[in-house]
Ligand binder design. Structure first.
Ligand code: ZN
Length: 339
């Protein structure tokens, strides 16, 4: 009897430990992106070229040396546990550290492609620190208002209408979010607007999707397409050309047959971009580690599967699939691209 009691107690004690170890193992098992074709490292800035630096998720810093734009500024990188159990707010220390590390002191615009927390939450804080305009949907505008931004520093976009920032022309085109599980749709307010000013801290569900856009950034040195979530609307890019495409890859391996072909047709093929860089595949629940930011754990995202599907379709479209290590800068120059 006593022996049985001891064994039952031991089993009861061991079960949570076993579960903990299992969860830890599942969340530590990560694919590695380094086996994929990598963008060659350029060690020095090229005068007159357009520079693009990927800073994790769909955060891109784009500059021609005079005008500086940023997409989806997200630096807080709140942990999985805090996203699920706590109210969220921008992490001032992490935002300041990133702005310091990448010497970002002035921006002209922060462009937000949809209003989920990993795209919109930090964008007002970054815009306010850098004197930038916050640009996006009415939902993103409400994130800006809730953060205390002046109305004069917020711009609500009209899809298809070009906005000028010196030599840059920025166009938001109506697009869609990557399809995801129904419970995640409910948690993240898919297809729902943020209809009132949103003041953090707030639960993750407060940052609803709003509208999702494909973003086209045109410049004399080259045109860039940014698809910050792996969704699309048929014909979204009709009539628009790009020299380089940054496309979100996360979630592609979980879609219906033919989805990735349709996705590539509406982004890469439609824009004619000869080079395609996947974004949003880093584990944004972990702190930033330049050049070394790990991919999502396999239990959340099959990076190999998504990259394989995407790179096959990109190849079939006659374009090149290249991985840009986080924190590395690409230089784009029109005369070199089209000799
Ligand atoms: Zn999203």
């Amino acid at each position: 009897m006593a022996k049985r009691l001891i064994m039952m107690t031991a089993a009861l004690l061991a079960a949570p430990l076993f579960l903990f170890v299992l969860l830890w193992a599942l969340f530590s098992w990560r694919p590695d992106s380094s086996g994929w074709p990598q963008w060659p490292a350029s060690d020095s800035a090229e005068a007159g070229a357009l520079s693009v630096t990927w800073l994790g998720t769909s955060t891109l810093l784009i500059s021609d040396g005079v005008t500086d734009l940023m997409t989806d500024a997200y630096f807080s990188r709140a942990s999985r546990l805090s996203v699920m159990t706590q109210d969220l707010a921008p992490d001032d220390e992490r935002i300041d550290a990133m702005l310091r590390q990448y010497q970002i002191d002035g921006l002209d615009a922060v462009l937000v492609v949809h209003s989920h927390f990993d795209h919109a939450m930090d964008s007002p804080a970054v815009a306010m620190r850098t004197g930038a305009e916050l640009v996006g949907s009415e939902s993103t505008a409400n994130v800006g208002r809730g953060a205390g931004m002046a109305e004069s520093a917020i711009r609500v976009v009209v899809p298809g209408e070009a906005m000028r920032y010196a030599d840059f022309e920025v166009i938001f085109l109506l697009s869609d979010h990557v399809p995801q599980a129904a419970w995640l749709d409910r948690l993240t307010g898919m297809n729902e607007p943020i209809s009132e000013p949103l003041s953090p801290p707030a639960p993750v569900s407060a940052w609803k999707e709003g509208e999702s856009y494909a973003l086209l950034i045109r410049h004399p040195q080259g045109n860039i397409l940014i698809q910050g979530s792996a969704g699309f609307v048929d014909g979204q890019l009709d009539g628009y050309q790009a020299d380089l495409a940054f496309v979100s890859s996360v979630g592609l391996s979980r879609q219906r047959d033919g989805y990735v072909a349709d996705y590539v047709r509406n982004t890469v093929t439609a824009s004619g971009a000869p080079k395609v860089v996947p974004i949003h595949w880093d584990d944004f629940f972990l702190p930033w580690q330049a050049e070394n930011t790990p991919a999502m754990p396999l239990i959340m995202e099959d990076l190999e599967g998504s990259f394989r599907l995407l790179s096959d379709e990109v190849g079939a479209a006659g374009a090149e699939f290249v991985v840009l290590p986080p924190g590395q800068t690409i230089y784009l120059r029109k005369d070199e691209q089209h000799p």
